[in-house]
Design a protein around this ligand. Sequence first.
Ligand SMILES: Cc1cc2nc3c(=O)[nH]c(=O)nc-3n(C[C@H](O)[C@H](O)[C@H](O)COP(=O)(O)OP(=O)(O)OC[C@H]3O[C@@H](n4cnc5c(N)ncnc54)[C@H](O)[C@@H]3O)c2cc1C
Length: 430
Amino acid sequence: MADITDVIVIGAGFAGLTSARELTAKGHTVRILEARDRIAGRTWTEHRMGRNLELGGTWVHWVQPHVWAEMTRYGIRPVGGPEFEKAYWWAGGQRHEGPAERILQIIDEPNRRLLSGTRELVPLPYQPLANPAVKDADQDSLSDRIDALGLDNEQRQLLRTFWSLNFNGKLDEAAFTQALRWCSAASGDWMLMFEACATYKVEGGTVALAEAILADAGAELELDTVVTKVEQDEDGVRVTTADGRTHAARAVVVTLPLNALDTVEFSPALSAGKQAAAARGQAGRGAKLWIKVRGRWDRFVAFGAEDWPLHFIQSEYFDEDSTTLVAFGPDGHAVDVEDTAAVQAVLEQLIPGIEVLEVTGHNWVDDGFSRSTWPMHYTGYLSEHLEEMQRPEGRLFLAGSDYASGWGGFIDGAIESGFTAARAVHALLT
Ligand SMILES: Cc1cc2nc3c(=O)[nH]c(=O)nc-3n(C[C@H](O)[C@H](O)[C@H](O)COP(=O)(O)OP(=O)(O)OC[C@H]3O[C@@H](n4cnc5c(N)ncnc54)[C@H](O)[C@@H]3O)c2cc1C
């Protein structure tokens, strides 16, 4: 057995890095055990197609206070994306095109009605259960709520694609409250919410921010170290890794995504509530692809039907002879991140004359260390599980975007949750 560390942090994503930094700043010794050969978890800045691309989390905004404060702390600036001129969309079994604002106009009134209860039901985004009435709303699926609006075909189809995009998943069991929580965090303004989701990137890539936090942490980091078991008793914690080693600590912060939580054995077992939440998981199980197409295209956005393998595409980088697009789909198994022909077949239904040259991405759903993309919860998670996931068990603390109060699903939520866990661990250790 190795010597005793004050705290073991499992996972070097934004939640783990933040809690490690906060704990070392309070004088605790911290060892981070990370399964992958790199830090940053579900964010991943990689050089592909001739430039640094974000294969995972990308966009940040000043309405997301935790990530913004970290950028300020390390002098990392935001980088704006393109302003869109043109739109393509699918409705009524055929393609349409028009100015980019047209899509926002079509979904503005329905979105306002859908989200009209936001400020009442979730008045305080960082206390999402403050109004007990939100518990009833948490039983409703977003799919049912959209269909109850009585929209015409075009509005309904576009709104469903818009929310399936936000969920990176299917809408049938998607919690209506997740939409309320996002909108509440954007002060009740759905357009500001949309801007926050896909406009400003991190200078130098998300990896630059992750590295800055790590460099500040003074923690010991072990990469390629897969945790298999976490045991605790009143004296301490023992963490076993796949290479057969055991690490001792006084407390452990576990940052595994909800969909991967059951890959580790806990002794004593996690509470029944935590296990039930992990068994169901969360809905964000879709795809994100980067696509290089021939020629210099307009700055466009495109919305397909909600069940297409790729249902949202936007042009992101513009070179002399080619344009690089980013695209999302609701089901990570419905599209191969390297299948150029399949991507061509989807895109040409919407955008005449487009020619796909190259495709890349990462299959986060089949990646055993995430089994999901960004956390978007099912009906009942907020009311039945969130508080339980946030409740420490003895010397064990969960942290991560999946368990955040505010911008759950975002880098911001991971950082928020890392702070919260570090505060609780510090209280235990002192
Ligand atoms: C495709 C995609 C697009 C996204 N877009 C955005 C966006 O634009 N803006 C935004 O804010 N957010 C976005 N997100 C979400 C954001 O990236 C995540 O919410 C956030 O990075 C999660 O951080 P985390 O620390 O909670 O979890 P993770 O980053 O998943 O960190 C958990 C860590 O635990 C490690 N781990 C897992 N199992 C083990 C084990 N057994 N032993 C040891 N280590 C283990 C993992 O390797 C990982 O490093 C996106 C995510 C994806 C996948």
